[in-house]
Design a protein around this ligand. Structure first.
Ligand code: ADP
Length: 369
């Protein structure tokens, strides 16, 4: 079974930009702690990507349920129900889609919301799927309204409407397609329309990984790269990985460089600390951009509340990147709070950055202090 990529339908993942070669050091450091995909990372994603549910580390509750769904579908010789995977970038949504196809013994077609530019692209994909195959649409919240509407009959009745002919002779005909499974991935469930959400039989929300799970991922990736990594080193790396497997894997690759050039050839705590200091990643796993975000709140707005648009403008980053990539971890770790009037820096953020607390917290920060 190999993942099939339909011609011209695969967009670059995330809004991440170009290859990492040649980027400035501080830019590289800020990218190190982002869950999005950069440059040659797709190649390493393939190397590190677990290929079975057994190998997929953590998320046990979801794995147990998926095992049942796969087994039931196989026994009935039916396709899996449509599945929606939600969660910040780098937590394993694409990996799960690959694993599901492998466990089902079917083909996987990979595309993304922005790449399905019009109905024709969707029709091209859907007419190629065989029975029970999986169509994976990453960033599914970015499908256009017309494409999304064209998807509905395909999901419900396994048929699509196709326009035949031109001008006055044009007519719409219905075409049957093979029963298939849609696996959609989104970093922003809130942006998904209700009718689309309702067409998924299963919705899984992936959480940030605990340090113990990331330790196992680090150990596995180090062994795949054939670099020795001791337990303390794996733990130190896991602690700085923002709860995100992709960041853990990225750090393993970077720390491997430092270990081989400036260390003993082994990933241990000392070399992890040294590398992360050089890369600007602090003990909480926060990078330059995270700290800049918190400092903007603290230094310029007395801790907030500040609207996300203002934060985006101050950081010169798109609002989406702030909301998809930076905020979820800061919120989850309690460095950032959300109020109806905007984002606020919490007491924990002040303590982490060594900033003095404001004399009198503004009224709607009360509960956070
Ligand atoms: P997403 O699609 O959510 O952005 P990916 O599935 O592309 O994330 O995962 C990013 C990287 O992290 C891949 O290289 C993958 O191997 C690794 N990874 C993700 N989840 C796990 C996991 N549970 N166990 C081991 N590796 C993982």
């Amino acid at each position: 079974m190999a993942a099939k990529k339909a011609p011209q339908n695969v967009a670059p993942r995330a809004s991440a930009g170009s290859a990492s070669g040649g980027v400035a050091d501080d830019e590289m450091a800020s990218r190190l702690a982002s869950g999005a995909v950069f440059g040659e990372e797709e190649r390493f994603d393939r190397i590190f990507r677990p290929s079975t549910l057994e190998e997929f580390v953590g998320q046990d509750k979801h794995k147990d349920n998926l095992r049942v769904y796969v087994e039931a579908a196989r026994r009935r010789q039916e396709p899996l129900d449509h599945i929606l995977l939600c969660g910040p970038p780098g937590l394993g949504k694409t990996t799960l889609a690959h694993i599901l196809a492998k466990e089902m013994g079917v083909e996987l077609f990979v595309t993304s919301g922005p790449a399905v530019e019009h109905k024709g692209v969707l029709t091209g994909l859907l007419t190629r799927v065989a029975r029970a195959d999986i169509l994976f649409i990453d960033e599914i919240h970015r499908l256009s309204a017309t494409v999304e509407e064209a998807l509905y009959p395909a999901l419900e009745d396994f048929r699509i409407d196709v326009m035949m002919g031109d001008g006055a002779y044009a007519e719409s005909i219905q075409l049957d397609i093979k029963p298939f499974t849609l696996v959609g991935a989104t970093t922003r469930t809130g942006l998904l329309t209700k009718p689309l959400q309702e067409r998924f039989g299963v919705t899984l929300r992936l959480d940030f990984y605990p340090v113990a799970d990331l330790e196992r991922i680090v150990a596995r990736s180090a062994s795949l790269l054939e670099i020795e990594c001791d337990r303390d080193g794996a733990r130190a790396l896991a602690e700085r990985s923002r709860g995100t497997p992709r960041i853990a894997n990225r750090l393993v690759r970077r720390v491997r460089d430092f270990a081989q050039v400036e260390g003993t050839g082994v990933i241990d705590r000392k070399i992890v600390d040294l590398s992360c200091d050089r890369l600007g990643i602090d003990s909480g796993g926060l990078d330059e951009m995270d700290r800049r975000l918190l400092f903007i709140l603290i230094d310029h707005y007395d801790g907030g509340p500040v609207g996300v648009e203002t934060i985006a403008a101050a950081l010169a980053e798109p609002r989406d990147t702030i909301e998809d990539v930076y905020e979820p971890y800061l919120l989850q770790q309690g460095f950032l709070g959300r109020t109806p009037r905007g984002r606020v820096a919490t007491k924990k953020a002040y303590a982490h950055l060594g900033a003095p607390l404001p004399q009198k917290p503004p009224s709607d920060q009360g509960s956070l202090f």
